[in-house]
Ligand binder design. Structure first.
Ligand code: SF4
Length: 463
């Protein structure tokens, strides 16, 4: 049992020792797709290092059972997708919109959405350039985003099963990603494109245009709702063709389930970021935020894991315990880091993440439940991070700076990314009242002493 241990971040070796304290019955209690035979996913995190996630040996992970479940489940996704295929489920690739199309896919029986673009992290977890090298061979320039590893994953077809259907967003999406998807299409995969509009602001020369506002206060031309509704209905139709099914009521149920997840994550973030001592590490928190995209291919189990995480965090907050020092410097993090190690390093050097802008605002916003479900999806998507201006994207970070809650900002910028690299300077210009450190994330195994020294100096300066 892992009940009475003090919270801390521990190495793989320590996790392996601690894992022995778990009863067999406890290990068997947790399973994906509720399958007793092959759905068990709890194992010492070192197992995943042996399977290929070599960077784990450098990372320190939270020592709670809740975190063990979180890691076991997130790292087991590839196996889970292949199991899903073997057991007759449909594999639905949803790309680029980061959070909305999966809500539609989950309304169909035995349909498992996932994001091939999340292969972005694989070269870093695996400390391997195999995918990036293959992507170069396939024609992507080195000076482009690590998302090109997705192209190699489609070529190799070893990281996820061949999807039954592929949806990809274009329009106001990132160029690097969009080019990669076009190359995937050139490889012979049939892509169903949907277009996402740019959320442009009211302008004088469009005075007749009727505007609407999201609950988060973002303005957009109202006709974009109708436009997106048509795009989502097209997705619905393709899903109906695939499954010979399609009950609109199920879409309402899927929205409710996704809202439950989104509310849970919101509570976890508020508890963690608002606590006097950080009760949960930033790395695990990033994994939690990204789970909103599709529940790591089993949303029911993922929600159950997060309920446990939330209880653990509440316990820690109540007892005044946490995983970092009480004087850790509160930071905002803008754009997720491709290399997870960086989150550990920043905490080791005295930082603490209390606000994030990980380009997935659309997956964090609740979806209205009392209007037409397609309209509700369209309206929630209008909160998206990357479809509007830089000011809009970082407004909650600006508010945190103005309130004095954020002492410094870290922006991670992936080497070669056009989209991220261009926006970094624009963000720096707009966040004038707070010290900012912008870091180019190098290729796998590329974090140098120089990067550590820059972070150490930044945090020292803030202190
Ligand atoms: S990391 Fe930046 S450049 Fe790469 S796919 Fe995401 S938004 Fe685009």
């Amino acid at each position: 049992m892992l009940k009475n241990i003090d919270p801390q971040k521990i190495s793989l070796k320590e996790w392996s020792r601690q894992f022995r304290l778990l009863d067999d019955s406890e290990i068997r209690r947790f399973k994906y797709y509720n399958n007793d035979e092959w759905g068990i996913y709890l194992s010492p995190p070192a197992t995943f290092m042996v399977y290929g996630a070599r960077e784990l040996r450098k990372l320190k992970l939270d020592n709670s059972l809740a975190a063990l479940r979180l890691w076991g489940f997130a790292l087991n996704e590839s196996e889970r997708l292949f199991r899903a295929r073997q057991s007759g489920k449909h594999i639905i690739a949803t790309m680029g919109d980061l959070g909305t199309v999966p809500v539609i896919a989950m309304a169909f029986p035995d349909c498992i959405p996932f994001y091939p673009d999340c292969t972005w992290w694989t070269p870093f977890f695996n400390e391997s350039t195999v995918l990036l090298d293959k992507a170069s061979e396939l024609g992507t320039p080195e000076a482009s985003c690590f998302v090109r590893s997705t192209l190699a994953a489609f070529h190799k077809m070893a990281y996820f099963p061949k999807p039954d259907i592929l949806f990809a967003s274009t329009g106001a999406s990132c160029d690097d990603y969009s080019c990669i998807m076009q190359m995937v299409e050139d490889m012979g995969f049939e892509l169903n494109w949907l277009e996402i509009p740019f959320r442009r602001k009211k302008q004088d020369h469009f005075t007749d245009e009727k505007y609407a506002r999201t609950p988060q206060g973002l303005d957009y031309p109202e006709r974009f709702e109708t436009y997106l509704i048509n795009e989502y209905k097209h997705v619905w139709q393709r899903m109906q063709d695939l499954t010979n099914d399609g009950d609109p009521e199920k879409l309402g149920e899927s929205i409710k389930k996704n809202n439950r997840l989104r509310r849970l994550v919101d509570q976890i973030k508020a508890l963690t970021h608002g606590a006097k001592i950080a009760p949960f590490p930033a790395l695990e928190m990033m994994v939690i935020e990204f789970g909103n995209l599709y529940g790591y291919a089993d949303i029911d189990e993922w929600i159950d894991i997060l309920e446990m995480v939330k209880s653990k965090i509440i316990d820690r907050v109540k007892s005044g315990n946490g995983v970092l020092d009480s004087d850790a410097i509160p930071l905002a993090w803008i754009t997720p880091t491709a290399d997870p190690l960086l989150l550990n390093i920043v905490e080791d050097l005295g930082g603490r993440v209390v606000a994030t802008e990980y380009v997935i605002n659309q997956a964090l916003s609740e979806i209205e439940e009392d209007i037409d479900p397609f309209r509700a999806l369209a309206r929630s998507f209008m909160n998206a991070s990357l479809i509007g201006s830089t000011e809009e994207r970082i407004r909650h970070i600006s508010a945190g700076v103005d309130s004095g809650r954020i002492a410094g900002v870290i922006i991670t910028n992936m080497l070669g990314c056009s989209h991220c690299a261009m926006e970094t300077r624009a963000i720096e210009k707009r966040l004038k009242n707070v010290p900012i450190l912008a870091i180019d994330i190098p290729a796998p195994l590329g974090i140098t002493e120089q990067i550590r020294t820059r972070i150490a100096a930044f945090i020292e300066m803030l202190k």
